[in-house]
Ligand binder design. Structure first.
Ligand SMILES: Nc1ncnc2c1ncn2[C@@H]1O[C@H](COP(=O)(O)OP(=O)(O)O)[C@@H](O)[C@H]1O
Ligand SMILES: N[C@@H](CCOP(=O)(O)O)C(=O)O
Length: 324
């Protein structure tokens, strides 16, 4: 469930009236998602019925970052990437403030998030990711990766050796070794670009093999481009529990990506390390949330060990050639 902010019907109608989208017909809270509050909004504009997503940004999204995220959506949409456009209000602003929180109205896109992707779907996601990387090249916005190496160190440090060992006795040693490795060998020389940084299946809307929407750009930033390929690989090419690597999905994802943006030899060489880094990043947030989510919270924390298993997989010598 992700509706943290309660809005009465009249209040919702006043919010929607600030946009030139017709009159409010219905507003349904959306259960999926964990970070922000989302509603599916239906309006009537002359004879046409229209749908939008209203998002109220909660504590994890900095208001100062919204121009980067929302301008990026408009930039990518204008270059035919399958991302939702932001609906600007009657004064031309991409977000508004409401009782101290920011809110935005976003184009509704059709499609569903798949939970057991096929190779055809993985290929399409690889293509869509490359499309974003290429279309983002002339985006002028800048945002550092707030969930980069320093953040992983902080989050994993906060968990402590005992906290990690409570999840799995071998975890402290694995984390210590891998954190030292990815920090000392981080390939800062590789090309940078705008990256999504969280392109999991639940952030991709699809109809059959077609990507109809890439959503949830709220970790987007400028970072090593191939790191985004590694994040997407870790997110899509394993069973959800991380126990099984799915080689057909891996081949299809990389093929789709490279059909639009071929990886350089240096990027391919760095991908095994970047995949270990990507696994650490999600292990870090999940381990932290596992220990720190209050028991009565309306959110189910995600399993950190699913990413510890991916990390152990990518770290095996026999898998170093995975991206060759
Ligand atoms: N533009 C959109 N079009 C259609 N559905 C959307 C759109 N944006 C979000 N959603 C729906 O809202 C849910 C939560 O959105 P998301 O941005 O992932 O929230 P959170 O940031 O809380 O994770 C998605 O799983 C999807 O069902
Ligand atoms: N994709 C991350 C969780 C990020 O949450 P989101 O709802 O904002 O996408 C994970 O799986 O750990």
């Amino acid at each position: 469930m992700a509706v943290y902010t309660r809005l009465g019907a009249e209040e919702m109608a006043r919010i929607i009236a600030a946009f030139d989208v017709g009159t409010l017909v219905s507003a349904k809270g959306i259960a999926e998602g964990v970070s922000n509050s989302n509603w599916l909004i239906e309006t009537q504009c002359f004879d046409a019925s229209k749908r939008f997503i209203l998002t109220i940004y909660e504590s994890r999204t900095e208001i100062g970052d919204l121009p980067f995220f929302l301008d990026l959506l408009d930039h990518l949409a204008a270059r035919d990437c399958p991302v939702p456009r932001t609906i600007h209000d009657r004064e031309g602003a991409s977000y508004r403030l409401h009782q101290g929180k920011a809110l935005a109205l976003i184009e509704f896109l059709p499609g569903v998030s798949v939970s057991e992707p096929t190779p055809g779907q993985a290929r399409a996601v690889g293509e869509a990711l490359a499309q974003v990387h290429l279309a983002g090249r002339d985006f002028p916005g800048r945002r550092a990766n707030g969930m980069g190496r320093d953040a992983w160190k902080q989050l994993l440090g906060d968990c402590g050796r005992e906290g990690l060992a409570a999840l799995d006795p071998g975890l402290p040693e694995l984390v210590e070794r891998e954190l030292a490795l990815v920090t000392s060998e981080w390939p800062a020389h590789l090309p940078h670009s705008v990256i999504h940084a969280d392109l999991f299946p639940d952030n991709v809307l699809m109809l059959g093999d077609k990507v109809t929407g890439l959503i949830d750009f709220y970790f987007a930033c400028v970072d090593v481009t191939a790191y985004d390929v590694a994040v997407t690989h870790a997110a899509w090419c394993f069973s959800a529990d991380g126990r099984h690597f799915l080689p057909q999905l891996s081949a299809a994802l990389l093929e789709g990506y490279q059909s639009l943006r071929p990886l350089s030899a240096d990027e391919r060489t760095a991908l095994p390390l970047l995949a270990r880094a990507a696994s650490l990043r999600f292990l870090a947030t999940r381990a932290y949330d596992w220990a720190n989510t209050p028991a009565d919270a309306l959110v189910t924390p995600k399993d950190p060990l699913a990413f510890a298993r991916r990390l152990a997989f990518y770290a095996q010598d026999c898998n170093a050639g995975l991206f060759a």
